[in-house]
Design a protein around this ligand. Structure first.
Ligand code: ADP
Ligand code: MG
Length: 271
C-alpha cells in the first residue's frame, strides 16, 4: 500500500509539472490532509486547489507586468500627501485608480512645476493599471525619443513600434524638459497619433500649453499633437512649490522650533 501511494504521488507530481501547475503540486498534500480533517468532498478539494493556483498565477503575472513597465521607482497613492497638493482632486484620482479611462482610451495629462508630484501620481496610477491586468510601459519622453531615433533605420524600429502598439497604457514622463529635434518631435507625434483612441497615455509635463511649440518646434505639429492628446483627456494640475522644498522647509521649521523649546545639548563630547 505504502509503495503504491509513493508511486502515485511521484506520478501525480510528474503530471502536475507537465501541466504547469506548481501551486497545486506544492499544496496538494497539505490541502488533502486539511480536506480529510474537515470532511470536505473531492470537488471542494479540487476547487480549493485550483483557486490557489489561479491566485498565485495572477500574483505572478501582476509582478511581471510591473517589471515589464520599467518604473524608475515604485510610488503608491498611500504615500501621496494630498493635503500638501490641494490642486489635486483626491476624488478624481480615486476614480482614475479604477482604470476605466483605459477601457475608454482616454488620456491623463499631469501639468505642473518640477517636484510637484507629477511622476509620483503617474507611477501610482500606472502601477494600479498593472495590478488590474493592463499592459503598461513607463518612459521618460527623451528616452523613448532617443530609442526611436536610434532604431529608425533598422528593423528594431518596427519591433519597438509593435511593442508600443501592444500596450494598454503608455506613460510619457517629463515631456518638454528638453526641446526635441525636428526628427524627434515628428517621431513623438507619430507615437501620440498612433496611440490616439487605441492606447491610453499618461503624460507629465512642466510646460504650459502655450510653450509646447518651443519643444516641438513647429506650430502645426504642436497643434496636431495637443489636439490628439487633449481630446478625451483628464488634466490634473499640480500647482504650487516643489514637495521636496516644502518638505525641507517643514523639517527646518521643526528643528528650529525644537531647538528653541529645548535646553541646548552639546552632545556626548561635552559630557
Ligand atoms: P515631478 O514629477 O512633478 O517633478 P515627483 O513626482 O518626482 O515630481 O516628486 C518629487 C519627489 O517628491 C518624489 O520623491 C515624490 O515622491 C515626492 N512628492 C511629490 N509630491 C508629493 C506629495 N504630495 N506627497 C508625497 N510625496 C510627494
Ligand atoms: Mg517627474
Amino acid at each position: 500500500m505504502k509503495a503504491t501511494e509513493t508511486t502515485s504521488t511521484v506520478l501525480l507530481h510528474h503530471h502536475l509539472k507537465t501541466l504547469r501547475l506548481p501551486t497545486v503540486a506544492a499544496e496538494c498534500e497539505k490541502v488533502a490532509s486539511q480536506a480529510a480533517a474537515d470532511n470536505a468532498d473531492h470537488l471542494a478539494y479540487l476547487l480549493q486547489l485550483t483557486a490557489l493556483e489561479l491566485l498565485e498565477r495572477e500574483k505572478r503575472s501582476a509582478e511581471q507586468r510591473v517589471k515589464a513597465a520599467r518604473f524608475p521607482t515604485i510610488k503608491t497613492l498611500e504615500t501621496f500627501d494630498f493635503a500638501a497638493r490641494p490642486s489635486v482632486n483626491k476624488v478624481l484620482i480615486a476614480e482614475l485608480m479604477r482604470c476605466e479611462y483605459i477601457d475608454k482610451k482616454e488620456n491623463i495629462l499631469l501639468v505642473g512645476n518640477p517636484g510637484t508630484g507629477k511622476s509620483h501620481l503617474a507611477t501610482a496610477l500606472a502601477a494600479q493599471a498593472c495590478a488590474q491586468g493592463y499592459r503598461v510601459r513607463f518612459y521618460r519622453t527623451t528616452e523613448l525619443v532617443t530609442a526611436l531615433i536610434e532604431a529608425r533605420d533598422e528593423r528594431t524600429f518596427l519591433r519597438l513600434k509593435a511593442n508600443l502598439a501592444k500596450l494598454d497604457l503608455l506613460v510619457l514622463d517629463e515631456l518638454g524638459y528638453v526641446p526635441a529635434s525636428k526628427v524627434g518631435a515628428e517621431l513623438l507625434f507619430d507615437v501620440i497619433s498612433t496611440a490616439y483612441e487605441r492606447t491610453s497615455l499618461i503624460v507629465t509635463t512642466n510646460l504650459p500649453f502655450e510653450s509646447w511649440t518651443e519643444v516641438l518646434g513647429s506650430e502645426r505639429l504642436t497643434g496636431a499633437t495637443l489636439d490628439r492628446l487633449t481630446h478625451r483627456c483628464r488634466i490634473i494640475e499640480t500647482k504650487g512649490e516643489s514637495y521636496r522644498l516644502h518638505d525641507a522647509k517643514a523639517r527646518t521649521r521643526r528643528s528650529t522650533a525644537k531647538k528653541s523649546d529645548q535646553p541646548v545639548d552639546d552632545g556626548p563630547a561635552s559630557r
